[in-house]
Design a protein around this ligand. Structure first.
Ligand code: ZN
Length: 162
């Protein structure tokens, strides 16, 4: 048996936590005055893209975190599809991003906070449940929900106060 195999400690890298990377990206968005949403894409255990909301900076209403992460991941893989990739995002995707996630053939979607006002996964159009949606990812929601909602609340409270 391998009982004598020494356990390695501090030399090992920290396990990748893609949702934490997405949260870091969301905080970066807030610091830049963008709505704090962040996304990360993982393939085979490696993070291949991290992005945050940038519609103001890029003068681009489609520059949501998920869209930018999908573009970066496609460039990284030199492919127009992200089969076998998982997307982590701090907020339930909107209809545009849910559509892009479907077209990209994302395997699994993990999101933090629900978005009853703008979400399109478990609210509004529930895009992945429509017969016209030809690829639906597996969806897992509700991770660190309070933290994600708190980020958004703080951001909008500060803007109202400004
Ligand atoms: Zn979106």
């Amino acid at each position: 048996m391998s009982a004598s195999t020494p356990i390695q400690h501090s030399s090992q890298p920290e396990p990748i936590d893609p949702l934490s990377l997405a949260f870091d990206a969301a905080r970066r968005a807030a610091a830049e005055g963008e709505v704090p949403v962040g996304a990360a894409i993982v393939k085979d255990g490696a993070v291949i893209a991290v992005a945050h909301n940038r519609p103001l900076a890029l003068r681009d209403p489609t520059a949501h975190a998920e869209i930018l992460a999908i573009r970066d991941a496609c460039r990284a893989l030199d492919d127009e599809r992200l089969s076998g990739c998982d997307l982590y995002v701090t907020l339930e995707p909107c209809a545009m991003c849910a559509g892009a996630i479907s077209f990209a053939r994302i395997r699994r979607l993990y999101f933090a906070a629900s978005d009853p006002k703008g979400g399109a996964v478990e609210h509004g159009p529930r895009l992945f449940n429509q017969p016209t949606c030809h690829h639906a990812p597996e969806v897992y929601g509700g991770f660190r929900e309070a933290e994600a909602a708190g980020l958004l609340r703080a951001f909008f409270a500060e803007r109202r106060g400004a």
